[in-house]
Design a protein around this ligand. Structure first.
Ligand code: AHR
Length: 510
């Protein structure tokens, strides 16, 4: 069957927030240390301790925002450990991630320097699970108060005279799990309490983000919106695309869920997999749509004007670690499968951008679905990096609605839509359309009706390969990268195109 696509070039009444292309960097494995941070004395070319090659690569894909310091690490992080002369900083155990020593050499000042180098917005996640209200209040004062106060004086004594500009602040992380194992009702009250002391000093206005549900925990969203919706700017959903899950859920009587880890389950290899695992990841990526729709419906009930954003605060693929690496470091390779599933997820976020206004892939370097992998002084850009490069055209562009009648991709009796699409209009009036064909065997013919615009010319790029598990390595870093795409024909009412099997295509129509 031919796939049908209708693009309404004149419709759409909001922007696709650039923060949908946001990122997450945790003190986990080699994301910060041996990732961004090599230290000022390293032989690897760096600026103030941050690797130049990584900074340049990330600036090229326009990263709008970075969330830090966790993750689970955030709810054990005590920010005062990470300020002052580095040699005097506390050494602590990173209990969540490998039990390694955290020397706190990368702290608040280093994070803001990193954001300045990346020309990106900082997003800080505070500690509710094991921190106090006072600790959170003082951190915000330290970072943003421009006057005389104990915390402002401490910042100045540590070499930073002027406060930083900080917009995004998360009040805890996964407080249903590693952030305190709380019930929604308990966290809703704590959120109300902690968030009150996250103050706006001077003209620094903080956008407050509450810890949201894990996956399909709709009860959490219901309680948070009902009890605390008025006090938040965003609610943070966490959802990972997995072949299978390590966790089992114990449903409690009141609808709250507790998750336990099943030590014997495996998530499958990132590079060595069969079609069943390709299909499972595509299915898990498509499930994001159901999650966004159902959580949004609950939010609509309490917030019909959509003042509170649904933030997909952590998302991405999660496989077994690469053989021989520390299981607590979550280091995985990244193939064409990751690229196509990222394409689907980003299309879903674009298509729901009236409510979804931020999404942070986990994590930016060397952890889970990374954009960049490093080994010593070498760096590899993953297929997922290339998707961010191709999709950057959507950042802050006007959302353009699309209608799709898709063929199906079936595997062992189950079916998924074969194509995924989203579109936007840039400030020069060009339409950018991103299309994924998830079928690993068959190309997808797409007939597109373009309403409200006549296509004069089209250009495009495609990311595809001859096998599902093609990936970039330190020996062969350019195995998979986007190339020019010309497989389209302009007609009177729109255009036709044929997407190769397992591909992501971005077309620009003028
Ligand atoms: O991204 C890895 C971990 O996944 C984060 O620390 C946590 O928030 C989530 O469970």
């Amino acid at each position: 069957m031919k796939n049908m696509l209708k693009i309404d070039a004149k419709a759409g009444n909001h922007k696709i927030d650039k923060n949908i292309y946001g990122h997450f960097a945790e003190h986990l494995g080699r994301c910060i240390y041996d990732g961004f941070w090599v230290g000022e004395d390293s032989k690897i070319p760096n600026t103030k301790g941050m690797r130049n090659d990584i900074i340049n690569a990330l600036k090229a894909v326009k990263i709008p925002m970075v969330r830090w310091p966790g993750g689970c690490f955030a709810d054990e992080y005590h920010w005062k450990d990470g300020i002052g002369p580095r040699e005097g900083r506390a050494k602590i155990i990173n209990t969540h991630w490998g039990g390694v020593v955290e020397n706190n050499h990368f702290g608040t000042h280093e994070f803001f320097e990193l954001c300045e180098l990346l020309e990106t917005e900082p997003y800080i996640c505070g500690n509710v699970g094991s921190g106090t209200v006072l600790e959170m209040q003082e951190w915000v004062e330290y970072m943003t108060f421009d006057g005389e106060s104990p915390m402002a004086s401490l910042r100045k004594a540590n070499g930073r005279e002027k406060p930083w500009k900080l917009k995004y602040f998360g009040v805890g992380n996964e407080n249903w799990g590693c952030g305190g194992r709380m019930r929604a009702e308990h966290y809703a009250d704590l959120y109300r309490n902690y968030s009150l002391y996250v103050r706006n000093y001077g003209n620094n206005e903080i956008y407050k983000i509450a810890a949201g549900p894990r996956g399909d925990n709709y009860h959490w969203t219901e309680v948070m919106m009902r009890e605390a919706g008025y006090f938040m700017d965003g609610l943070a959903l966490h959802y990972y695309t997995r072949v299978r899950d390590h966790s089992i859920v114990i449903e409690q009587q009141d609808g709250n869920k507790v998750y336990l880890k099943k030590p014997d389950a495996v998530r499958g290899s990132a590079i060595d997999f069969e079609e069943s695992e390709w299909f499972a990841i595509m299915k898990a990526a498509w499930f994001t749509d159901e999650l966004v729709v159902k959580h949004s419906a609950i939010m609509d009930k309490y917030d019909p004007e959509k003042k509170v954003a649904l933030i997909v605060d952590e998302w991405g693929t999660w496989f077994d670690v690469e053989p021989g690496t520390n299981p607590g470091f979550l280091y995985q390779q990244n193939t064409l499968r990751d690229a196509v599933s990222a394409g689907i997820s980003l299309n879903i976020f674009n298509n729901h951008s009236d409510r979804v206004r931020m999404a942070n892939i986990a994590q930016i370097i060397n952890v889970l679905q990374a954009l960049v992998l490093t080994e010593g002084d070498k760096m590899v850009l993953t297929p997922t990096y290339h998707i961010y490069d191709m999709y950057k055209v959507h950042q802050d562009a006007d959302f353009v609605p699309t209608e799709v009648i898709s063929d199906e991709y079936g595997f062992e009796g189950e079916k998924l839509p074969q194509i995924s699409v989203s579109a936007s209009k840039d400030d020069r009036g060009r339409i950018n359309v991103s299309l994924c064909n998830i079928n690993p065997h068959e190309s997808a013919e797409v007939e597109c009706l373009l309403n409200g615009m006549k296509a004069g010319s089209i250009s495009g790029r495609v990311l595809t390969a001859g096998a599902m598990n093609v990936h970039n390595t330190f020996k062969n870093p350019d195995q998979l990268k986007p190339v020019d795409f010309k497989n389209f024909a302009i007609g009177d009412t729109g255009f036709n195109t044929t997407l190769p099997p397992m591909s992501v295509v971005v077309l620009t129509i003028e």
